[in-house]
Ligand binder design. Structure first.
Ligand code: ATP
Ligand code: MN
Length: 464
């Protein structure tokens, strides 16, 4: 053992106590003093569990130890022994307690229950709670599982650009990137801001999706995926929208809508299974506080077939429903969250894949169906979250794509490189985008997306 090594508490808790000395480092969760001992509960974030440490009054700095409070940072060396407590397990008999960092009495995380709303205001300290420890260990597992899933299937990860000159959806809601002096920007003859003088020689934005770039690489490497930050300046102050979120976007050459729906289903089930296999303790903890049926639901979904219906069928189901919706379901209009949730939570009680949406409510690049009214799109809806992913088969015909873009009044010049992909060696291809935080919400059972990303960015909030 090097001087600098400590045993993670996760490892410690699974050890047989056979006269071994261990060093741990972590943060005090509680201190209880009796006449001859102090009982310290220490957590280091390696797992949900904490370890109990017995500090004997004979220790040289016992007075300082007994005066510690929640939040202190400590390094403790001790002997691992069978716990004397009712719960069994192991505990550490301290030989040495070093106080690394003190925490005054105003430490904001006191033992008494703290609300998720309050914890959002102290986003820098909330990872020290059991709840956030659990969420972020699950998030980490889903991150790892994502790479495992795609790499095992022969995908190549593409690091797509963050700053872009184009808008993938052909619509607004982007954050502009500029180095122009906003107090005194250069102007054109017409008096408009002259973006030819901006850093890139034209205006640029933060990306809303890596898809268009991913298509270029899919039509060369076959199967690619992007996994990166995505920015949307939409003014959606909802529990499911962030201004900055992470998106996983696979893109597959020679795949059609059915193939990509299958890939999306397999991926979602893989994520769930991976969390069930590796994060059971954290999921059980989250279940006990936030969602009674979390594990049951995840286990059910991991072993069920998803329902697949067309948008047209979805509208029929919604129109026949007993429920009174705020917005009446109407063919041609986008599904509202209340509609999505009815389908997945009430009607099917399973994830639902909705396909073939009206072309006018979907993006320009989606495969035009022979009916001339719908496109080969698919959204996956899950209980508690609503839309978790959106994807489509892409229009591979240069002519059809050009006509559609002209119809929508788009700038063909700007996307000429994208049209080239149809001009040179075009083929059937398809992909989807999964909002990573929506997946973390779904697997952890958390109801607000602000609680599954470390430092959420939402309208009027970019602190930390
Ligand atoms: P929504 O209707 O929920 O706003 P969208 O139709 O705008 O979603 P897409 O453009 O299809 O979403 O993006 C792909 C995925 O990215 C969505 O299925 C969702 O999981 C996720 N997503 C989209 N916008 C956000 C956001 N603002 N915050 C977090 N995740 C998002
Ligand atoms: Mn949106």
């Amino acid at each position: 053992m090097t001087k600098n090594s400590a045993t993670p508490i996760q490892t410690l808790l699974s050890q047989e106590p056979v006269n071994q000395t261990h060093t741990i480092r972590g943060w005090i969760r509680s201190v209880r003093n009796s006449k001859k001992f102090s009982f310290l509960v220490v957590n280091d974030g390696s797992c949900q569990g904490s370890v109990q440490v017995i500090a004997d009054a004979t220790l040289v700095n016992y007075e300082a130890i007994a005066a510690m409070r929640i939040g202190f940072c400590v390094e403790i060396e001790g002997l691992l022994v069978v716990s004397g407590g009712r719960q069994g397990g192991v505990e550490l008999q301290a030989g040495k307690v070093d106080i690394l960092g003190e925490a005054p009495e105003d430490y904001p995380l006191q033992k008494k229950a703290t609300s998720l709303e309050f914890l959002r205001e102290i986003a820098h300290l909330r990872p020290r709670t059991n709840t956030f420890g659990a969420i972020f260990r699950v998030r980490n597992r889903l991150n790892y599982a994502t790479h495992q899933f795609f790499v095992d299937r022969g995908f190549v990860q593409l690091h797509s650009p963050i700053v872009t000159g184009a808008d993938a959806e052909g619509a607004g809601e982007m954050f502009q990137v500029t180095t122009l002096d906003l107090k005194n920007p250069p102007k054109t003859d017409k008096g408009e801001v002259d973006f030819t003088r901006d850093y890139f020689g034209h205006s640029s934005n933060l990306t809303v999706s890596g898809q268009l770039n991913a298509e270029a690489y899919a039509l060369a490497l076959g199967k690619v995926y992007t996994f990166g930050p995505t920015f949307r300046a939409e003014n959606s102050n909802t529990p499911r929208h962030l201004a900055e979120f992470w998106m996983v976007e696979p893109e597959v050459a020679f795949a059609d809508l059915e193939d990509i729906a299958q890939l999306a289903t397999d991926y979602l089930k893989y994520l769930i299974q991976s969390a069930l296999d590796h994060c059971r303790e954290d999921l059980l903890f989250l279940q006990s506080l936030y969602k009674d049926d979390l594990l049951e639901t995840l286990e059910h979904v991991a072993s069920s077939d998803f329902k697949k219906i067309s948008y047209t069928e979805a509208i029929e189901i919604l129109q026949k429903a007993d429920k009174k919706f705020e917005f009446a379901p109407d063919w041609g209009k986008d599904l509202q969250t209340e509609h999505e949730r009815y389908l997945t939570e009430t009607h099917f009680q399973l994830p639902v894949i909705v396909t073939d949406y009206p072309k006018d409510i979907k993006a320009f690049y989606m495969k035009q169906n022979p009916d001339k009214k719908t496109v080969g799109a698919m959204d996956i809806l899950v209980p508690g979250v609503g839309e978790i992913m959106g994807g489509s088969q892409r229009e591979e015909s240069l002519e059809k794509l050009t006509v559609r873009m002209e119809e929508m009044g788009m700038n063909l010049e700007e996307l000429s490189w994208y049209l080239d992909l149809r001009k040179y060696g075009s083929c059937t291809h398809a992909g989807f985008g999964l909002g990573f935080e929506r997946a973390v919400m779904y697997v952890t059972g958390m109801a607000n997306i602000r609680d599954v990303i470390a430092f959420p960015r939402t309208p009027n909030n970019c602190s930390f």
